[in-house]
Design a protein around this ligand. Structure first.
Ligand code: HSE
Length: 298
């Protein structure tokens, strides 16, 4: 049997929630086509949309490695699988590119095997894929890619993932400045030690953002989306970051910040039209994207 699974791009951190907040968007996303074969083991027969950058070697590709971990955990290394991966977003863009592929692969094998446990049980395997992709197993891309909508990683040890609501009228504009910012490197430049006064500002903002999501208070969401810890450092890797922010805010954005580890940036808006106008003005990746999509299977 064969299955095709789509998993969405995600915006991790959501400005103030480094490693603990993320949300899924309804486009773009990656697709995995998985087919059972007669020969035990995993092969990758095709990858498109990666400009030849991703390995076809199943021992080196995050999708097959995560699927292999899953097969080992359910005691099904006897089966044969062939994987096609169709990338629909740039690698190293800050849109959770590797997460989308990994989550699609894991959801595909779970569905092929008729495993009816909750999708969240796949998270540890997806996090292993992240660790392989960038040296750190954060969950703020894989969790929303898997569960859809807004997600809080309340704790990593033990893993405690909380789905959050969001106001229906909240839109997201995403702009991809075409420079490469590998997550591994974007993590290395962050400060390890922070000042208490900055921590106080940051956790006030995270609590404000989460409250705003529950209260459907878009003003509160907007004024909570400030990051005094990570953005001041990472913004240096993004050309015209502060110029883009000023333009977006003047055009009516509710907030503006780095998507994941960048270079993509995103703005929240109160309507699709403003999201579109902002992306067009910023002259790059032109999409008005709705929050709250989920993976789907065809
Ligand atoms: N939380 C991660 C980081 C997301 O900022 O490094 C990477 O997409």
């Amino acid at each position: 049997s064969t299955i095709a699974v789509f998993a969405p791009a995600t915006v991790a951190n959501v400005v103030c929630g480094f490693d603990v907040l993320g949300f899924a968007v309804n486009e773009p996303g990656d697709e995995v086509i998985m087919r059972m074969t007669n020969k035990p083991g995993i092969t990758i027969s095709k990858i498109t949309g990666d400009d030849g950058r991703l390995p076809l070697n199943p021992a080196k590709n995050t999708v097959s490695v995560s699927v292999q971990h899953y097969l080992e955990s359910v005691g099904r290394t006897d089966i044969g699988l062939d994987i096609e991966l169709h990338k629909k977003m740039p690698i190293g863009s800050g849109l959770g590119s590797s997460s989308a592929s990994t989550v699609a692969g894991l959801f595909a094998i779970k569905t092929l095997l008729g495993d009816e446990t909750d999708a969240a049980t796949l998270l540890p395997f997806a996090m292993k894929g992240e660790e392989m992709a960038c040296g750190h197993g954060h969950a703020d891309n894989v969790a929303p890619a898997l569960l859809g909508g807004f997600v809080l990683i309340r704790s990593y040890e033990p893993l405690d993932v909380v789905r959050l609501p969001h106001p229906a009228g909240l839109w997201c504009a995403i702009v991809f400045p075409d420079v490469d910012v590998p997550t591994r490197e974007a993590r290395q430049i962050i400060r390890n030690k922070i000042f208490m006064k900055d921590a106080v500002t940051q956790w006030g903002n995270i609590a404000g953002l989460v409250s705003g999501l529950f209260m459907q208070d878009i003003d509160l969401i907007g004024r909570s989306m400030q990051d005094v810890l990570v953005e001041p450092v990472r913004s240096m890797l993004i050309p015209d970051f502060y110029v883009m922010r000023q333009i977006a805010m003047e055009m009516g954005a509710v907030s503006f910040g780095i998507s994941g580890s960048g270079p993509s940036v995103f703005a929240f808006t109160r309507d699709e039209e403003t999201a579109k106008r902002i992306t067009q003005k910023l002259q790059q990746h032109l999409t008005g994207i709705k929050i709250g999509s989920n993976i789907y299977v065809s």
